[in-house]
Design a binder for this molecule. Structure first.
Ligand SMILES: [Zn+2]
Length: 497
């Protein structure tokens, strides 16, 4: 990399993938202006490249379209992967740790796997400390240097199960029933939360923006969803919600909205090009078509769906229904390592399997849909239409450089440039550099803005100390697990609203 007097920096690479669907281009010089955008892209002669430059392939930085920014993975907290509703009960095992450290470590890991932008659905550790936690996440975003959309949580319904907490209370010992039946009273109401949201706007900066995040339709009151739809229409701010992640959520929705659940969301004005819905595992084809008509984006989280036994996302329906979709890790990557490149591989393999009704010639696998999700549609769910997700003059300089020599050390000839080849093997181990708005967020595989190893040591030590000081109430957790299991087994989520 060289720097000249106008502070335009140039990067030379052996190959470039400029956009999803475009053929790989050969050796190029990419100029990045002081405004953080790509100033120019010029072909160069292969002889002018060093060995290291020739090894690099440049492409748009990846977008992680749904995550929760957990520096300490749930497995580390002793929370086994299990169906979502059972897994969530065990989240009470998470120790309370510093919100800056947990977000900074999560963002650093993401940067190290080539992620330049993330949608962060915030789960509070301490509900009353949401404002302070948001400030800490904002600082972590600035220090690490990736772009973060912060999903401001609106959670004011069904705290423990989808349905009547009075019915759930019957599953608990008599002395706990009152508290279980009335636990929703402790949830923050929409008006108070909107006022806090306005205060938190002070934490916004070029790499950190607030979005409305009704956690899911079953976890927000209808009037809260309506207020968010109105606020989004007035301000243009984006909305992001979990939607139909599990079979139990599908059953709850079908029983409570017999005239159509997604239609109901549409009638209150929630479906718009500003909306992203996460998961959508149990969406039906007509619902996917309606989302597509309204310009809604889906965030698909394949590894998370597999690990939490939610089911397989209906990718072929999404593809044929032409609903835009991005890809997310949801903090639950296949190998629990936040490897976005491996997530791309998994999504790509799923997207290119044959369908049972297919006939005629067998198509060659095409990486376009996967890369479009990872570069453009996922990014739009996070940042709106900012012209990014492409390597072209004028676009934000959010660029991922992979080391092809490291990736292809056993190849008999040549270095891969075809995206199909890259998706077959690339992992976070091959991330050489990452630029976000022209800033070197990762240099030679190391995150520049924070000390990732020190953060990890500090976070694990603090979590162990917190665990020793106040161990989880294992008895209460298993009581709650049994009660919720019995609630759903009796079909009470399909009972009275
Ligand atoms: Zn999630």
């Amino acid at each position: 990399m060289t720097e000249n007097s106008s502070r335009t920096r140039t990067w030379r690479v052996g190959a470039v993938l400029c956009a999803a669907g475009a053929a790989p281009a050969g050796p190029h010089e990419i100029a990045v202006g002081p405004d953080g955008c790509i100033a120019d892209l010029l072909p160069v002669s292969p002889e002018d490249l060093t060995r290291e430059e020739a090894s690099l392939i440049a492409m748009p930085a990846l977008a992680n379209a749904h995550d929760h920014g957990r520096g300490l993975p749930t497995l580390a907290c002793g929370i086994a992967d299990a169906p979502l509703e059972q897994w969530m009960v065990n989240l009470a095992r998470q120790p309370k740790v510093d919100p800056y450290d947990t977000a900074a470590l999560a963002f650093a890991r993401m940067a190290g796997s080539g992620i330049g932008a993330v949608y962060h659905c915030h789960n509070t550790q301490v509900g009353s400390a949401l404002l302070q936690e948001a400030e800490a996440v904002s600082r972590a975003a600035r220090d690490v240097g990736i772009r973060v959309a912060f999903g401001w949580p609106f959670f004011d319904a069904n705290p423990m199960v989808y349905g009547s907490h009075a019915a759930l209370a019957e599953m608990f010992p008599p002395q706990q029933r009152e508290a279980v039946a009335t636990m929703d009273r402790a949830l923050r109401d929409c008006a108070t939360n909107m006022a806090l949201f306005d205060e938190a706007r002070a934490f916004e900066h070029a790499g950190f923006a607030l979005h409305y995040h009704p956690v899911a339709p079953q976890w927000a009151k209808p009037e809260t969803l309506r207020a968010i739809a109105r606020a989004s229409a007035e301000t243009g701010r984006r909305v992001h919600t979990h939607l139909l992640e599990t079979r139990l959520q599908r059953e709850w929705a079908d029983h409570h909205f017999p005239d159509g659940f997604v239609n109901w969301l549409d009638a209150m004005g929630l479906l718009s090009p500003r909306l992203t819905v996460a998961h959508g595992v149990w969406l039906r084809r007509d619902e996917i078509d309606l989302l597509a008509q309204r310009g809604v984006t889906v965030s698909v989280n394949v590894s998370s769906n597999l690990r939490l036994r939610s089911g397989l996302p209906p990718l072929s329906d999404m593809q044929s229904g032409k609903v835009p979709f991005g890809l997310g890790l949801d903090g639950m990557a296949l190998d629990d390592d936040q490897d976005m490149l491996r997530e791309l591989r998994l999504a790509h393999l799923m997207l290119t399997q044959p369908c049972r009704h297919e006939e005629g010639p067998v198509a060659r696998p095409d990486a376009t849909a996967t890369l479009h999700a990872a570069w453009e549609d996922g990014r739009r769910a996070i940042l709106g239409a900012d012209g990014g997700g492409r390597i072209t003059a004028g676009a934000p300089a959010d660029i991922l450089f992979l080391d092809r020599v490291a990736m292809a050390s056993d190849y008999l000839e040549g270095l891969p440039a075809d995206p199909e080849w890259l998706l077959s093997r690339a992992t976070r181990a091959h991330v050489a550099h990452l630029l976000v708005a022209g800033r070197e967020v990762v240099r030679h595989g190391r995150v520049a803005g924070v000390d990732e190893a020190a953060l990890q040591d500090r976070l694990v030590a603090a979590a162990r100390a917190a665990r020793a000081k106040s161990p989880p109430d294992a008895g209460q957790i298993s009581l709650t697990a049994e009660a919720t299991l019995a609630f759903y087994a009796k079909g009470l989520h399909c009972g009275e609203a």
